[in-house]
Design a protein around this ligand. Structure first.
Ligand code: UDP
Length: 474
């Protein structure tokens, strides 16, 4: 097992004063003060297995930067292993989602490989941590380190970012594999109560929901001109950019979108005045892009004339370790091919450039801000960051009533929940309703934005971690 420290940046937490209501900001300011005192002379370590790609890395990057800004010495270690180790941990990850993955087992042989890998680098890693420190161990890959960190005297929180609403036998196999490691932690944190495992002492369980970064390239404010310019330069809307396609990078420096996206189905881009329905997600069957297309064609397009659908995802060429992505793109193209020609002209499959992560994020940001309705018609979802991202932009969202989506959207108030994720008529009907009731859509969007401001930004997330550490005297 290799161990690498990821450099954490420093971001000013005081910038949240711009977006939070005064009483919320005061609460956060008080928490920051307590955190400074509690962590005087101590460190908070985070351990996971990737520095980029995926929601966990995205959250750590921003939350740890705010910790540094608060004056808490927050560190980030990434462990690496050989292909056998990652084959097993990927299997565990799939099982935790209730999916059979590669069909392999989690038996004694797998446990031996897992433990041997962890043992190889454990001493080096543990030597970096002091007995007074707090360590957050994220997800299955580094779970085997919990006992070693406890022996050292550190306080340890195991943070599980995945889960499913109803446990399955496959999920239980992964739990059995991990339980001997994770139950040694002082606290086990899940994103929702329903994700907590059988066999864990209930008094050790804590629930903390994820968050988005209001100021990242993905979520920062963009005015209407910048949105139009970014989408025009990216080739996602017809016409020329009339102003600069500018966004701001994490370090605050201005940058411009330069690369173009592709409409892979080969149709013309929507016109600047067309209304848009949008789903942004990885090309994954569990995000159901084919259902999004068919539901739109059958239940939205016939009812609303001027509306187009954009289904956008990363350029699959750039995601070399996901063979499924290319297959799902082909399935989506086949669904588009089967549409009547008038509907075909209104359905677009966008492949977004991945060369520069922040440019990709700025394009997603512009698409979400430009959309009249955002959908997330997933069949399974741990949290669904795309939902919070769209809500933060005051977009009305139609999303499946599953996993963490249910914690974000209050049905009919801050978005619409599709009760049966496979029911195309219900999904299409909800989308058409919002397109035909502009006032309802605006009100829902406004309430959605307030909900994200209050519940799904970094200050709430960090304050909950602090309260957990205080409550458990870690
Ligand atoms: N995303 C992106 N570019 C894309 C497609 C997706 O940046 O081309 C982002 C999306 O905005 C979100 C994340 O990938 O921040 C996906 O997180 P989510 O929780 O929605 O789903 P996951 O992919 O983790 O299942």
């Amino acid at each position: 097992m290799s161990v690498q420290e990821v450099e954490t940046r420093v971001l000013r937490p005081e910038r949240f004063e711009e977006v939070l209501p005064p009483e919320r900001y005061a609460e956060f300011a008080a928490a920051m003060q307590r955190a400074r005192e509690l962590f005087e002379g101590r460190r908070v370590w985070n351990i996971n297995s990737t520095a980029s790609g995926g929601g966990v890395a995205e959250m750590l990057r921003s939350l740890l930067a705010y910790c540094q800004g608060i004056g808490v010495d927050a560190r980030w270690l990434v462990i690496g292993g050989n292909p056998d180790f990652f084959r097993i941990t990927k299997r565990i990850h799939n099982f935790l989602h209730g999916s059979e993955g590669d069909g392999g087992e989690l038996g004694d042989a797998e446990r031996r490989i897992y433990e041997e890998t962890i043992d190889e680098g454990a001493s080096e890693l543990v030597s970096m941590v002091a007995a007074k420190d707090v360590v957050l161990v994220h997800d299955p890959q580094p779970a085997g380190l919990v006992a070693r960190l406890k022996e050292k005297g550190a306080s340890v929180i195991w943070r599980c970012h995945v889960g499913l609403d109803l446990p399955t036998d496959v999920a239980r196999q992964a739990w059995q594999f991990l339980l001997p490691y994770v139950t040694q932690a002082d606290s086990l944190v899940f994103s929702r109560r329903e994700f907590a495992w059988e066999g864990v002492d209930g008094s050790k369980i804590d629930i903390i929901r994820p968050s988005i970064d209001a100021f990242s390239a993905k979520n920062q404010e963009l005015d209407g001109d910048a949105v139009s310019a970014i989408l025009a330069v990216a080739g996602l809307l017809d016409g020329e950019a009339k102003s600069a396609p500018t966004f701001h990078r994490e370090d605050g420096s201005p940058a411009q979108v330069q690369r173009t996206a592709d409409y892979i189905e080969g149709g013309d881009a929507p016109k600047p005045d067309d209304r848009l329905v949008l789903q942004v997600s990885r090309w994954d069957r569990l995000k159901d892009p084919v259902g999004v297309i068919r539901g739109f064609a059958e239940h939205v397009a016939p009812q609303v004339d001027d509306v187009h659908l954009v289904v956008a995802g990363p350029d699959v060429e750039a995601v070399a370790d996901d063979p499924e992505g290319a297959e799902v793109v082909l399935e989506s193209i086949a669904a588009w091919e089967s549409l009547d020609s008038d509907v075909k002209a209104r359905v677009h499959l966008a492949s977004l450039p991945m060369d520069d992560g922040e440019e990709n994020a700025a394009i997603v940001n512009a698409l979400q801000r430009r959309a009249d309705v955002v959908v997330q018609k997933s069949l399974a979802e741990g949290f669904g960051l795309t939902v919070a991202e769209a809500m933060w932009k005051a977009r009305p969202v139609v999303a499946s009533k599953i996993g963490g989506i249910q914690d974000q959207i209050e049905d009919g108030v801050t978005g619409l929940l599709v009760q049966d994720p496979k029911d195309l008529e219900e999904y299409g009907g909800d989308v058409a309703d919002l397109l035909q009731n502009a006032q309802r859509a605006t009100e829902i969007g406004k309430r959605a934005q307030n909900r994200v401001r209050d519940e799904f930004l970094g200050p709430r997330h960090l304050t909950e971690y602090l309260r957990l550490i205080e409550r458990r005297h870690l």
